[in-house]
Design a protein around this ligand. Sequence first.
Ligand code: DX5
Ligand code: ZN
Length: 224
Amino acid sequence: MAAPSPIIAPSILAADFAHLADEVTAVEGSADWLHVDVMDNHFVPNLTIGLPVVQSLRKVSTMPFDVHLMIDAPDRWAPGYAEAGAYNVTFHVEAASDPVGLARDLRAAGTKAGLAIDRDTPVEPYLELLPHFDTLLVMTIKAGFGGQKFLPELLDKVRAVRRHADSGHLELRIEVDGGIASDTIEAAAQAGADAFVAGTAVYGAADPAAAVRALRAQVEARRQ
Ligand code: DX5
Ligand code: ZN
């Protein structure tokens, strides 16, 4: 079976929130997914955007939305994002009381289900949950803020999940998030990631669409 094409997902956390629709349009056509970071000032210290913004963005973009919930009580809030038209809804294993039940609810609501693993959380205890999920997001920083330095040692988790997914023939996207840029994306790809979130590297660039294309070219080159 051929490996699925890599996904490049710009994170609007690094975009200009005063011109969000324009910032989304800037990567429409070059990006595969739009990564939307929802933070609640409880699960992480930072506070960003929530459901009303996702609902509004849904009307101005045709891109699949990859919603990354860094919030407490995802069991309560995550299905609303599925109903708002998200393509994939990822919640943190550290915050969920019933991850498998919530994954079922998300899939029943018509979206893909994602599980996120923060910097200090080992992945091994959760490998057996992965058949219930479509995406596994491995943080390559501590969740909460954009613009942090990539932590290469966290790629050990990506390698472990890749081995597990391949040997079990799981249909699972392995996504990396945090510090992904031209100097780190190849190591992440080589470790086995096939979906790449990039905030600063895309929206900090003069031409965000060109930055997306350049990141994709690096991953493609690494796969040959
Ligand atoms: C941080 C978010 C990331 C963030 C990545 O907790 O989950 O998606 O936007 O930003 P960069 O790419 O700048 O590290
Ligand atoms: Zn994120």
